[in-house]
Design a protein around this ligand. Structure first.
Ligand SMILES: O=P(O)(O)OC[C@H]1O[C@H](OP(=O)(O)OP(=O)(O)O)[C@H](O)[C@@H]1O
Length: 433
């Protein structure tokens, strides 16, 4: 039993809150989390937190914006109720992929609007099924509706390119066209991949018609989210495997960024046969440091999937041509990444690794966000096994994905909370060798 410590669970991940409370030996605090008819979030803390050390558990993923606002309101409620200290525990930190902006040689934060070159090496990275575009109902993605949409998107794109237009344009009325040639089908798949962006504003970005000489302005939402948490009253943040560890520098309160690597490493040791002969693979250059940390500490070989062209827009990232640097022939390949959202990255990487002769492909990912059709995409892919932690709720994912295995992170967060509460060092939780 820990004294003066209060744990409040948000709506994003009740199971994780339960696990953390069981390990700490405290009951979750009584709170009322609901919504007004209009959709506004309502929070009532129904027990005294005066002078207490409060930990609010709320993860990203799922209805991320609702969860974020609920967290902000709960933090504010605790501060105004005279809590001594409020710590936001965010196993998956929302908006942490937006701490930076798309790469641009000309300087941040302006982005060029140009049509990227298509991969032309004959190897395609189409994903099955394609993810619905943002703003469309999720269920539209798999059947005839999506087929028709793909064709019309592809036609619009071909028109744009042949007209020499610098901007990809979606068809104005969204109605399907009748073209059915093979080349069109393949272009349709590429267009659908474009539409598979997990960036919620992409449809608007793609339909934006800049004037000559004008460039788009990209919001830095990561900075805003850091400011919002601090402004709401958070005194401390605990999170895990931040997409960009430098994001900690956006806060002027302490941020403890725990590692998911010990869990992944232990899974490899216990579950992958002859793991020392296997190869650790990073699916992109951004994750190379993460993957080499595991490979080096386990004395395993490392390979990298290199995206040949660095895209200028987030929405173009899926079009980059991929090539493998390293040898995986007749060996087990273990993809390591911090998160899987649409799962395009890991499924495309798996396809390439199998093509290069890998005997089996595992994907070990800290945050299994698995939005939209990600599960269907994994089920239809060459991945043999996908291992994620439950930093995001996995109950529904587990039911739908036979390839999925889940590692528990509740005890790691419980131990971090216990140590922070008692003023002990938590550096032991950062060690993974
Ligand atoms: O499941 P998906 O939707 O494919 O997304 C997963 C990928 O997205 C993130 O990287 P990001 O594309 O942001 O690039 P970066 O690593 O270069 O920052 C992450 O590190 C994964 O590699």
């Amino acid at each position: 039993m820990v004294r003066n410590l209060v744990v409040i669970g948000g709506t994003s991940h009740p199971q994780l809150t339960q696990t953390i409370c069981s390990v700490l030996g405290v009951p979750p605090a009584e709170v009322l989390l609901s919504k007004f008819a209009v959709g506004e979030t309502r929070v009532e803390v129904q027990e005294s937190v005066r002078g207490k050390d409060v930990y609010i558990i709320q993860s990203g993923g799922g209805k991320v914006n609702d969860h974020l606002l609920e967290l902000l309101i709960t933090i504010s409620a605790c501060k105004t109720a005279s809590a001594r200290r409020v710590t936001a525990v965010l196993p998956l930190f929302p908006y942490s992929r937006q701490s930076d902006i798309p790469y641009n040689k000309a300087g941040a934060p302006l982005v060029k609007s140009s049509v990227p070159a298509r991969p032309n090496n004959g190897y395609t990275f189409e994903s099955t099924p394609p993810t619905p575009s943002p703003g469309k109902p999720e269920g539209l993605g798999i059947t005839n509706g999506m087929d028709n949409l793909q064709k019309s998107l592809a036609k619009a794109q071909i028109d744009d390119v042949s007209n020499g237009s610098p901007v990809k344009r979606r068809p104005g009325n969204g109605l399907p066209r009748s073209d059915t040639t093979d080349s069109l089908k393949s272009a349709a798949t590429s267009a659908a991949d474009d539409s598979a962006s997990n960036i919620s504003a992409s449809s608007k970005i793609n339909s934006f018609q800049p004037r000559p000489g004008y460039k788009q302005w990209v919001a830095q939402a990561g900075t805003l989210v850091a400011d919002l948490l601090t402004c709401a009253g958070a005194d401390h943040i605990i999170t895990m495997d931040l997409h960009d560890p430098q994001y900690q520098g956006y806060f002027d309160i302490p941020v403890d960024n725990l590692y998911g690597r010990p869990l992944l490493k232990s899974y490899i040791q216990r579950n992958i046969p002859s793991h020392r002969e296997a190869v650790i693979v990073s699916p992109d250059a951004g994750g190379a440091k993460r993957a080499t940390a595991i490979a080096d500490s386990m004395g395993m070989e490392f390979a990298l999937i290199h995206k040949e062209r660095r895209p200028t827009k987030i929405t173009d990232r899926q079009n980059a041509t991929m090539m493998l640097v390293g040898d995986v022939r007749d060996r087990i390949a273990i993809l390591i990444d911090d998160l899987a959202d649409t799962s395009n990255t890991i499924t495309r990487a798996a396809k390439l690794l199998k093509k290069e002769g890998a005997s089996q492909v595992y994907a070990l990912v800290t945050h299994g966000i698995l939005s939209g059709d990600a599960i269907e995409r994994i089920n239809a892919s060459s991945l043999d096994k996908v291992v994620v932690t439950n930093s995001v709720d996995q109950v529904d994912h587990l039911r739908r994905c036979p390839k999925l295995e889940v590692l528990e992170v509740g005890h790691v967060f419980a131990e971090a909370i216990r140590r922070v509460h008692h003023g002990e060092s938590i550096s032991v939780l950062f060690q993974y060798d």
